[in-house]
Write a protein that binds this ligand. Structure first.
Ligand code: F6P
Length: 473
């Protein structure tokens, strides 16, 4: 498999040259010259239409990006990912999160765990042995189930379990989650792959001290969970990375909130996108296109950040989820061979809930000095919302072309964005969306020749914090 520097690929040099010819080209002119652009630069994945017509690219750009993917060995890497090969080279592990949503073809251990999760979730939801469920976890052991619960329950509805999430070791976080709860009627779920994460363990100890007696653990460290006194242990496997683990028992608290049928729909949605990723030709492969267009913007048009703007209150936590997924995966400075890279890797991902974001940071998107490529996500929830989304994408692309306006009222335009259209907010669509971004991240890792599945950059801070704590004792 190709582990050379992407700079050695002939397509990379051609793309760099090609980018020069794009410097003076405006999206306004492109649409004027090719009105069909809005129909041509579109691809479909199950339940998702990806419109990238407002990106600063053309058919030749796409062809060169496809050559680059081929030269990087994209097809072989994809096969290795989906087969569960040990592609996480620094940790000698697979990154086999796709096996968690493979339905009938999932490994037996996965099917058994899903069966056990269903029993527990249905019992908790129908018998109500606990009035409150509190998930303690951080990073990948928090962001996914938190997103699911926030997106798919309205809170306070009849029949909805009261599920809370605590990620911060700041005692206020746990304090708020336990407010009004009784220890005897509270179930604490300690979600931690390693069962050693300082913040999560400190919160688990604090919950015990508060008087909680019922503890479930979601972990691959069964010994530590037993030693802690967990009454139920749901397994995780070392072939699933934390930020790819929402599909495993890490999703348990989310499943408690939304119901197990919905959790299965979530897995199904991701499974559909996995098949699309595996089978669709590159020019129609939505996650691969998202990745290649991201590479074009980052490495050839020089955009250092990327905004994600879901026009949906239900998906307000998606940008935070994607921050871990993209930046912990591809925020790397050495390649698979340990060489320091001399090209940008993951852009800074940021974003927020549209249309609220329009009244805070969109000023910079339209008139700031940075070009920020954006993903708009339209779930067809409301006419006003969808109209605003389209208006933003158009304003960014076309800007204004009226020299009589004073400078502060002019919009330069030519700011690239894509739109992902989905039909509703539901578990299946959230599964589809997250899986799209997961495969985007993987594909970019292949292009940049980095291992997207380790996260050594978080270790030094952990060590230093431990040392400082010991010194202060
Ligand atoms: O510190 C980073 C990290 O290891 C993430 O990769 C992970 O999702 C999070 O911490 C939580 O880890 P654990 O599930 O082992 O507590």
């Amino acid at each position: 498999m190709n582990t050379a520097s992407p700079l050695q690929c002939p397509a990379w040099a051609k793309l760099a040259q090609h980018a020069e010819s794009w410097r003076g080209v405006h999206l306004r002119e492109l649409f004027a010259a090719e009105p069909a652009r809005g129909r041509l630069f579109v691809a479909e994945a199950p339940g998702v239409r990806y419109d990238y017509s407002r990106q600063r690219l053309g058919a030749i750009t796409l062809r060169l990006l496809a050559y680059l993917a081929a030269e990087r060995g994209f097809a072989e890497w994809r096969e290795a990912l989906l087969a569960g090969s040990a592609i996480n080279s620094t940790e000698k592990r697979a990154a086999w999160h796709t096996a968690l949503r493979a339905g009938d073809s999932a490994p037996q251990a996965v099917k058994e765990t899903l069966g056990r999760m269903r029993q527990l979730v249905e019992h908790l939801r129908s018998q109500r042995p606990f009035k409150r469920i509190v998930n303690l976890g951080t990073g990948g052991s928090d962001l996914g189930p938190r997103l699911l619960a926030d997106a798919l329950t309205k809170g306070g509805e009849a029949g909805t379990l009261d599920v809370r999430f605590v990620a911060n070791v700041d005692p206020r976080d746990l304090g708020r989650a336990l407010e009004g709860a009784e220890p005897a009627s509270t179930l604490v779920v300690v979600a931690s792959k390693t069962f050693t994460t300082q913040e999560t363990m400190a919160n688990a100890a604090a919950a015990k001290q508060w008087g909680a007696k019922a503890f479930y653990a979601v972990t691959s460290n069964v010994q530590a969970a037993n030693a802690f006194g967990a009454t139920e242990i749901l397994p995780m496997w070392d072939w699933v990375g934390g930020r790819f683990s929402v599909w495993s028992a890490v999703g348990f608290a989310g499943a408690c909130a939304m119901g197990f049928d919905a959790f299965e729909e979530f897995l199904k949605g991701a499974g559909e996108v996995d098949r699309h990723f595996a089978e669709a030709p590159l020019e129609k492969n939505v996650p691969a296109l998202m990745a290649l267009i991201g590479v074009w913007n980052t490495n050839f048009l020089g955009a250092p950040t990327h905004a994600v703007l879901p026009y949906s209150n239900a998906l307000r936590l998606l940008p935070a989820y994607l921050q871990q997924l993209e930046m912990e995966s591809n925020g790397k400075r050495v390649d698979r061979e340990g060489r320091v890279v001399d090209y940008p890797t993951a852009p800074v991902l940021w974003g927020g809930e549209g249309a609220v974001s329009q009244h805070s940071f969109h000023q910079l998107l339209h008139q700031g000095t940075h070009i920020v490529p954006a993903d708009f996500i339209d779930l067809k929830l409301d006419k006003i919302l969808s109209a605003n989304l389209l208006a933003q994408a158009d304003a960014l692309a076309y800007g204004t072309d009226d020299p009589t306006l004073p400078p502060h009222q002019q919009y330069p335009g030519n700011r690239p964005s894509s739109i992902l259209f989905l039909d509703h907010v539901n578990a299946r669509n959230i599964g589809r969306l997250i899986a799209l971004y997961e495969h985007k991240v993987f594909t970019q890792g292949v292009i940049w020749n980095i291992n997207s599945f380790d996260q050594w950059g978080v270790e030094l801070g952990k060590e230093l914090a431990k040392r400082i704590l010991t010194e202060r004792k």
